[in-house]
Design a protein around this ligand. Structure first.
Ligand code: AKB
Length: 316
């Protein structure tokens, strides 16, 4: 990867992935693009930034040409909870961004990374030690897009030789930008509310387990997979990765150990609860470990310590 275009660069992942890529590949070699004014304002701090509607194929192609791009990071997505409010829009954006990215990757001989998600699984999937290759019948439009996206990316690889790779991200916990519209967002929101107000009301049932990942591990996963020797990859789209699995009750107990005055209550959102229930409790990520050396570093205790410190500093 020499010239990288990150589309959807102003979101939760992009906000931290762009500096991570700049550090590894050079500031001038990472082009951050987004559509919304607020996001464009945010990414304008970078050496190279562009306003781009990824659904505009010609404009996207012009950028590929202008910067001689050889790797696309496609982070454009409407997440699980927001997707349920407008399924047609979710399909249009999620699949439109992917199809344009894959088509241009083919045209420009570029590599492409598009995150998949635990959302690609559904109620009929084994919930514990969810295998790499198993039943994938998701119950959300977000999940339908993710499964379709995995298949389409593998198709572009086998049919056209496009170097498409992906991971199934669990909930990502981070302290840069807030996530928005996801089911796992509670695990980030709680830190802001506890530090700001001392209390948090959770929309997810207290015993609902989901896989989670701390952002530094997520960033390493992306670059490690994209740099992996292709001859070692038996899978491509997409790898299970995880490093912790907890339910709200367990996370809140960890926070309370450190902030004894913190108060927690529940006001369960039935849509989010059903989504959380349909997703794995804990995935088996052994294929990622074997095929490209996935080796996460952060556990729940280290993550909670770091999040409390980082959010307190941010809100000071
Ligand atoms: C969501 O909750 O929708 C996302 C995801 C797990 O893909 N964070």
């Amino acid at each position: 990867m020499k010239r990288i275009l990150v589309v959807g660069a102003g979101g939760q992942i992009g906000t931290e992935l762009v500096p991570h890529l700049q550090k590894n590949y050079g500031e001038d070699n990472v082009i951050a693009a987004d559509l919304k004014d607020e996001a464009v304002q945010k990414i304008s701090q970078y050496a190279r930034c562009e306003k781009l509607d990824v659904l505009d194929f010609n404009a996207f192609g012009e950028l590929m040409k202008k910067y001689d791009i050889d790797a696309i990071f496609n982070l454009v997505a409407l997440l699980s909870a927001t997707g349920e409010k407008n399924p047609e829009l979710a399909w249009k954006i999620n699949m439109g961004a992917l199809l344009n990215s894959l088509t241009l990757a083919k045209e420009f001989n570029a590599a492409i990374f598009t995150p998949s998600s635990i959302g690609a699984f559904g109620v009929n999937t084994p919930h514990d030690n969810t295998p790499q290759d198993t039943v994938m019948r998701p119950d959300t439009i977000y999940g339908v897009c993710k499964v379709t996206g995995e298949m389409l990316s593998d198709y572009y690889h086998s049919r056209f030789g496009v170097d498409a790779r992906s991971v199934r991200f669990p909930g990502i916990i981070s302290n840069g930008a807030l996530p928005g519209g996801g089911t796992t967002d509670y695990a980030v929101e709680v830190f802001y509310d506890i530090i700001k107000n001392g209390r948090y009301t959770c929309p997810i049932p207290e015993n609902s387990y989901m896989d989670m990942l701390y952002m530094p591990d997520a960033l390493n996963a992306v670059t490690q997979l994209m740099e992996a020797d292709p001859s070692k990859l038996k899978h491509r789209n997409s790898f299970n990765i995880t490093c912790m699995s907890f339910c709200p009750k367990e996370l809140f107990a960890k926070i309370k150990e450190r902030v004894p005055s913190a108060e927690f209550s529940y006001d369960v959102d039935p849509v989010k609860a059903a989504i959380a229930d349909s997703w794995p409790n804990k995935m088996d990520d052994s294929c990622a470990r074997e095929e490209w050396g996935w080796d996460p570093k952060w556990d729940i205790d280290a993550m909670v310590d770091d999040m409390l410190k980082a959010i307190a500093a941010k809100l000071k």
